[in-house]
Design a protein around this ligand. Structure first.
Ligand SMILES: [Fe+2]
Length: 314
């Protein structure tokens, strides 16, 4: 059965990250980013921003496996079952496998052309449909992101990646910067996914949304107290409009972005190709350091040395 509406996904639900030590990573995400959650009997951990079931799975690395982003999971459109999507993908000639994810059960996993693992889970509407700020709680702390917002990958072929996500999963192209960087959306927010051509595939960042600029100040003061320096920002992206700051989660080879005030798209949005100039990256002018697109040992070392040399100063 081919589905009429080719948009399969409506939401980024969670990321899963292989970590060397689940207890250490749990504590780190709790301390640095304000996520909360529970260790699981199987040795993994589930974490969340607010009242969602979870937005992050921490899983132990297998032997000789490096800590890294394992996959990104998207929620399917309401009413769309795993069985229907499996049939749809089969008819498209796509290769995929069934897997299980925490709490949601059966899911589908498939690889994009770069080999990034994409997971699809059935949509579960929240039991309490009120805005999150109206939910009573005895566990949520004062400082936490509002939600998991988007992921951004490096690639050697942005058009090929964009073509796959639009054709297979029904993502829509929002904007390009030049020909080598593309942003995609599945709801009115400017992007849930992006690819930047830097000549090689790699996760670049996982982004968490904050309420506003004031919260960003809180986070930045907070992570500074924990010895983390920002790599780029605070800044105002031209394309996408968001206020953003990035710091390196060097333990698992990616950056964390915190952001707010992202562009909300018109229903009839037409993709814009922005010129590849500094203004599209940061209307305030400061461009990222060269290490920002690198994950090799030297780049990480340069940033870590500056963090620790300052951090240990009296
Ligand atoms: Fe981002």
């Amino acid at each position: 059965m081919m589905l009429d509406d080719k948009q399969l996904c409506v939401n980024v639900h969670h990321t899963a990250v292989w970590v060397l030590d689940v207890a250490e990573a749990f504590h780190r995400y709790e301390m640095l980013l304000g996520l909360h959650g529970e260790m699981q009997p199987d040795g993994t951990a589930l974490m969340r921003c607010m009242h969602e079931d979870y937005c992050l799975v921490l899983m132990p690395t297998a032997e000789e496996q490096k800590p890294y982003l394992r996959y990104v999971a998207y929620e399917l459109r309401s009413g769309l079952s795993i069985a229907e999507v499996a049939e749809h993908l089969s008819e498209m000639g796509m290769e995929f496998e069934k897997m299980t994810v925490p709490l949601r059960g059966e899911a589908i996993q498939l690889s994009d052309p770069d080999g990034n693992l994409v997971v699809l889970v059935e949509r579960v509407r929240p039991a309490d449909p009120r805005p999150a700020v109206m939910h009573e709680t005895k566990t949520l702390r004062g400082f936490h992101p509002r939600r998991l917002g988007h992921v951004n990958y490096l690639t050697a072929d942005a058009p090929r990646q964009a073509e796959w996500y639009t054709r297979v999963l029904g993502f829509r192209i929002t904007d390009w910067i030049g020909e080598g960087a593309v942003w995609l959306h599945i709801d009115p927010r400017h992007h849930v996914l992006a690819f930047l051509d830097k000549g090689y595939p790699h996760i670049h960042h996982v982004a968490y949304e904050l309420v506003d600029w004031g919260e960003m100040r809180t986070v930045l003061d907070h992570i500074a107290k924990h010895g983390r320096f920002t790599t780029w920002g605070p800044l105002r992206h031209g394309m996408a409009q968001n206020l953003a700051t990035y710091w390196r989660m060097w333990e698992e080879e990616h950056f964390i972005e915190i952001y707010c005030d992202m562009q909300v798209l018109d229903a009839d949005h037409i993709p814009v190709t922005h010129p590849d100039n500094p203004y599209a990256s940061n209307t305030w002018g400061v461009l990222p350091p060269r290490s920002y697109f690198r994950f090799d040992e030297e780049a990480v070392q340069i940033e870590r040395e500056s963090e620790y040399s300052y951090y240990t100063q009296k």
